[in-house]
Design a protein. Structure first.
Length: 248
């Protein structure tokens, strides 16, 4: 399951570290061309779901707290609970309180989620994605809201190479589906796909051609040589460290 992000708005934060964030208006079509079916956030047992609060989507960091995501009428909210028993939680709490209290709030937020169920519909000539079930993973205060455009969080240092490849494959599947829908809509209107989109797709193809210009599966001899060299380097490093500790 790929991970996408969208922006949200924090409406309040009290002295105990509890706050409220508006995630989405269900019936509205957002700037990503998405809308929500009732129950998109409340489909889990109990009618809500819990997610971690992370600083800037950093999945290696200690969580700042947790958030209860739920729906109320035509809106989805995240009930925020910062952990003020931790230094990071207290620091972020102070920063968020300051931002809300002084002038116009400029701190941005976003939340990461996986799409469990969705469908596409044509509305007034536009192809809209209807999000039916979302699995919210985390809520994050960020320098710039990731919700400006949805995208896979393929953070090299925060996931395995296999996970990153799977995320990219899922994203490509979505691109292919959306590109097909755009092409069909333009053809129905007697128009071609825009030059800018064609250039982007051409660049994507070129990037993949670059990937497959090398052999991703080295032979056994090369693999064994690399292993031996790595073990030698590790042994030399350990020896140097031992000498340093002993003052030799």
């Amino acid at each position: 399951m790929k991970i996408e992000t969208k922006g949200l708005t924090v409406e309040k934060m009290d002295e105990k570290g509890q706050g409220l964030a508006r995630i989405a208006t269900l019936s509205a079509v957002d700037h990503d061309g998405d809308t929500y079916a009732p129950g998109a956030f409340s489909w889990k047992e109990g009618g809500h779901q819990w997610a971690q609060i992370l600083p800037a989507h950093d999945r290696r960091a200690i969580p700042l707290g947790k958030a209860r995501v739920y729906e109320d009428g035509d809106a989805a909210f995240a009930e925020l609970h910062l952990n003020l028993e931790t230094e990071a939680g207290r620091d972020w709490h102070a920063a968020l309180k300051f931002d809300l209290a002084k002038g116009s709030a400029i701190q941005e937020y976003s939340y990461g989620f996986g799409v469990v169920d969705a469908a596409y519909e044509q509305r007034g000539g536009d192809r809209i994605r209807v999000l039916k079930r979302l699995d919210v993973h985390e809520v994050s205060p960020v320098l710039r809201g990731a919700g400006v455009g949805t995208g896979t969080l393929a953070m090299k240092s925060r996931s395995s190479f296999a996970d990153q490849i799977e995320a990219v494959i899922a994203e490509i599947d979505d691109i292919v589906e959306r590109a097909g829908g755009v092409k069909a809509l333009r053809e129905a209107q007697g128009r071609d796909m825009s030059k800018a989109r064609l250039e982007q797709l051409t660049e994507l193809r070129q990037r993949f051609d670059d990937i497959f210009r090398f052999d991703p599966l080295p032979d056994a001899a090369a693999t064994e040589k690399a292993r031996v060299e790595a073990e030698q380097l590790a042994a030399e490093y350990m020896t140097q460290q031992a000498r340093f500790r002993l003052g030799l």
